[in-house]
Ligand binder design. Structure first.
Ligand SMILES: [Zn+2]
Length: 878
């Protein structure tokens, strides 16, 4: 599944389970009686609130037993029949937690084959998980989202990933509607106003990868796949499917080339779903997507949307092998399932579209996650999972740390060797299940190195290392040490790692590299004479932070663009931010470093400067904000010169990608009047004629124009959101509605969130936009506490656990209030403490940093805004 930024997180996600794990034996199915085949018939009319179904399951008893268990949650079992070769055996059922049904047979059965037939009925879900109904433009549709444990909400099944069996689906819908499942139809009949589609039996699948879509769907062929392929949309949207239809075959073929085997299933549908929580979901042969990612207006091609479409498609298609063909044994390897798909998705995106410079974009994800991994609330990305309750609470960390670690090891053993190991793993476990250890074993075997042992340090323990390099006593020697990286003022147990490191250094004017494995607390290396600087993480592939002597840091910063790759410059910016939090450099030095990087010629290096500037704004005291705004304008002025406010014909794609973010930072953090006025003019033009402005800028200018917009503009946004012809434009207007800053319009936007025609997954689009400044954070937090029941009543419990994110920012008072608020049993859901711990870390870090460095930063901002000639060279730690 692709998860975009969490519904509520202003920053990233992280975790620490404070809930006692349930006893695994109580929540897991047994293996005494397991299915070998299941057919499911459903009669689905999404205009109705309920549906009926029947299922036939072939069972195998492996031991003599009188009981067995399966899943069905909220499903009414009307008739249930258990049959042995000799005839029916009476049975009774009881229902436990999480839809765990215990069936008790009248007598003990012997090992062998049995049949279970169940007739059932159920109501459709309406919160976009399980088998759910939704309406759009007067038409009703049914869709599914089964990961992690929602298949049991739709029909009786063995709902665990290691139960991989062939399924055969039969779906009846009103005769003019279309039904889609994981495989091609085998037979279609119409009778009494119902159309019944019998689908071919699937290859072995776990229940969480089954998918269904029904309704007045539109289909657009995807050419060149080698199997039948379609983009599936709701009524009236198929004209938005062109980009998806054109981009899919090249991605699929690149993956077939990497994995060395053809696409494993008999067809491929990409389904655009209007009401959807995730980014996309890798159902075998029937991938569902959030419509705003899959569907694009051909008349308003937007570079950022195209990149997202390609990246998410590559991620989901790579799951067809890694996740679907070979499935994790249990949810404790969900992190690998997802980080591998993310890593592979990045790799394929970069291979097919070098113009995206995607390797620089994905590096920013890896660098960002290290901040989260440094906090006390972090935890190991692989750990025992006994319950599916809060499976996704750790995903931000798991996806991004996982993929950073995979990249590091791919680099260490070499991409061809890595590929060999991956493919041996897929071959050995095709159509079955496997664990992370199975993959490490193949990588060990392919490389002749002990990958397993090195991986364990990064996967099975929390946090990340700090590698410190100091000059040794002998000329040309350097001492490398390692310890756990922590932010200043935070006490955490030390840990050790085995770290593959490639040092890049300059000696006698030449740049050279040296690789080593730092597997001890301290190691000495000889780099030869006259070393002027060492960059301890060549191309920023290592998952660690680093320090070097301050004199060397100056030489390194001076070497900058001449000697460092764009990846290394992005790594340098992020590492400086980490050192600031660790107390290793001071605030004014940090500001100076960022300012010096503002002249970087690579647009995506400039892009990596914007996030630190936005984070700084959160902690800058109000009275220093004019100085801060001047600093932002000064820092980004060279970038604006290079990128410009409007697109130039034939410009590099990276420039178009950075422009909206750059303008956003200049107008908001930088309070740049010229950019603000440009944004207002463009927003006005967009409202009048969407085709008249650069589509890539639309979202940004709507947000910026809203900042001091009036009621008339607010109403115009609302009308445009409700009448939007494309999902992306609707989303842009909803973001805009959350960006008004006049108090009465903030209140109106929050009122609209609960009273307006929003889908449950859109509630947080508005509030997230509002969390962009301190007044907005305070306002949305207060609103959340006042409307807690109304909000949580509309969303799946899984997402209610993210509510503490409303308390992010730099306010101890708000955090304190949140701690009291969430301590109330009325405001508690499973998994919430984990999120609260993470928010607590974020706020504490911010508050400590402001106390420690606020004065030095304010003084620097004052002095430099008075005299912009007061520059010192960058990166000069005190
Ligand atoms: Zn995924």
């Amino acid at each position: 599944m692709t998860r975009l930024v969490s519904a509520l997180a202003y920053l990233c996600l992280a975790t620490l389970s404070l809930f006692a794990p349930a006893n695994a034996a109580d929540t897991r199915l047994g293996r005494d009686v397991v299915p070998t085949f299941q057919s499911i018939s459903l009669r689905l009319d999404a205009d109705s609130t309920s549906y009926t179904g029947a299922t036939h399951i072939e069972l195998k008893a492996t031991v003599a037993t009188q009981t067995f268990r399966f899943h069905a949650r909220g499903v009414t079992l009307d008739k249930i029949r258990f049959t042995s070769s000799k005839g029916p055996v009476q049975l009774t059922t009881t229902t436990g937690d999480k839809g765990l049904i215990t069936a008790t047979l009248q007598r003990k059965i012997t090992p062998g084959a049995y049949k279970l037939d169940i007739e059932f009925h159920d109501t459709f879900n309406t919160d976009a998980v399980g088998l759910y109904r939704m309406e759009k433009d007067g038409h009703a549709y049914a869709f599914t989202q089964f990961e992690a444990d929602y298949a049991r909400d739709a029909f009786p099944c063995w709902d665990e990933p290691s139960i991989k069996i062939p399924y055969q689906l039969t779906i009846s819908v009103p005769k003019d509607e279309i039904a889609i499942a994981n495989t091609l139809p085998e037979k279609e009949t119409v009778k009494d106003g119902w159309k019944t589609t019998v689908f071919k039996t699937t290859r072995p699948l776990p229940s969480y990868l089954l998918a269904i879509a029904t309704g007045d769907l539109e289909l657009v062929d995807i050419p060149g796949l080698g199997v039948p392929g379609r983009v599936v949309t709701v009524t009236g949207q198929s004209q938005l499917a062109k980009a998806a239809a054109e981009n899919t075959a090249p991605i699929l073929h690149a993956l077939e080339a990497y994995f060395g085997t053809p696409y494993p299933y008999d067809k491929l549908d990409l389904i655009a779903v209007p009401e959807y929580w995730a980014g996309a979901m890798e159902n075998a042969g029937a991938i569902t997507f959030s419509d705003r990612i899959l569907l694009q207006d051909p008349a308003a091609q937007n570079v950022n949307q195209m990149r997202l479409l390609v990246m998410v498609t590559a991620h989901e298609l790579s799951h067809m092998w890694f996740g679907d063909l070979v499935t994790m044994e249990w949810w404790d390897d969900l992190w690998l399932n997802e980080s591998f798909a993310d890593w592979m998705g990045d790799k394929i995106t970069h291979e097919l579209h070098p113009e995206y410079a995607w390797n620089l974009t994905s590096l920013q994800d890896s660098q960002r996650i290290m901040f989260q991994d440094a906090q006390p609330s972090t935890r190991a990305i692989r750990q025992p999972i006994d319950s599916t309750d809060n499976l996704f609470e750790n995903v931000g960390l798991a996806y991004n740390k996982g993929k950073a670690v995979l990249s590091m090891f791919e680099r260490w053993i070499g991409p061809e060797t890595f590929q060999k190991g991956v493919n041996a793993y897929l071959k050995a476990h095709a159509w079955g299940n496997a664990t992370a250890d199975d993959l490490w074993k193949e990588l060990d075997h392919a490389s002749g190195k002990n990958v397993s042992q090195l991986m364990a340090g990064f996967i099975e323990q929390p946090g990340l290392p700090l590698v410190a390099l100091e000059s040794g006593s002998e000329p040309g020697t350097f001492i490398l040490t390692q310890r756990r990286f922590t932010n200043l003022g935070v006490d955490q147990p030390n840990l050790s790692w085995k770290i593959p490191i490639t040092l890049k250094f300059e000696h006698d004017g030449k740049v050279d590299t040296q690789s080593l494995l730092l597997d001890t607390p301290e190691q000495t290396v000889n780099l030869g004479a006259n070393v002027s600087w060492v960059y301890p993480n060549q191309d920023a592939y290592g998952y660690f932070r680093w320090t070097i002597p301050s004199e060397m840091l100056k030489s390194l910063a001076a070497a900058g663009v001449r000697s460092l790759t764009p990846r290394e410059r992005i790594g340098l910016i992020s590492n400086s931010g980490a050192l600031l939090l660790a107390g290793a450099i001071h605030g004014d030095d940090y500001l100076r470093t960022l300012e010096a990087m503002g002249g970087d010629p690579e647009p995506l290096v400039l892009s990596s400067l914007l996030e630190p500037l936005q984070n700084l704004k959160v902690m800058i005291p109000a009275d220093a904000s004019p100085g801060f705004a001047a600093y932002v304008r000064r820092t980004l002025a060279p970038a604006l010169d290079r990128v410009g406010m409007s697109a130039a014909p034939g410009e590099a794609e990276a420039i178009s990608v950075v422009r909206p973010r750059l303008l956003g930072a200049l107008a908001d953090e930088g309070q740049d009047a010229k950019v603000q006025s440009f944004a207002k003019t463009e927003a006005k033009r967009f409202l009048e004629d969407p085709a008249s402005i650069d589509p890539a800028l639309a979202g940004t200018v709507l947000i910026l124009a809203a900042h001091d917009g009036d009621r008339a503009l607010f109403d115009a946004y609302r009308v445009h959101a409700e009448g939007a012809k494309t999902p992306a434009v609707r989303s842009q207007y909803l973001n805009g509605l959350g960006s008004f800053r006049k108090p009465e319009l903030r209140a109106a936007a929050l009122e609209y969130v609960l009273s307006g025609p929003l889908r449950p997954n859109e509630i947080f689009t508005v509030t997230r936009a509002m969390g962009n400044d301190e007044a907005g954070r305070e306002e949305t937090y207060r609103w959340m506490t006042e409307h807690y029941e109304a909000i949580t009543g509309r969303i799946p419990a899984e997402f209610a656990s993210f509510m503490p994110f409303f308390a992010t920012g730099c306010s101890e008072e708000r955090l304190q209030h949140a701690r009291t608020f969430f301590a109330d049993p009325k405001h508690q859901v499973s998994g919430q403490d984990v999120q609260l711990a993470e928010v607590t870390d974020q706020v504490n870090d911010c508050v400590r940093l402001r106390e420690r460095e606020g004065e030095a930063m304010t003084a620097y901002l004052d002095a430099t805004s008075r005299s912009s000639s007061a520059h010192r060279p960058a990166g000069s730690p005190r």
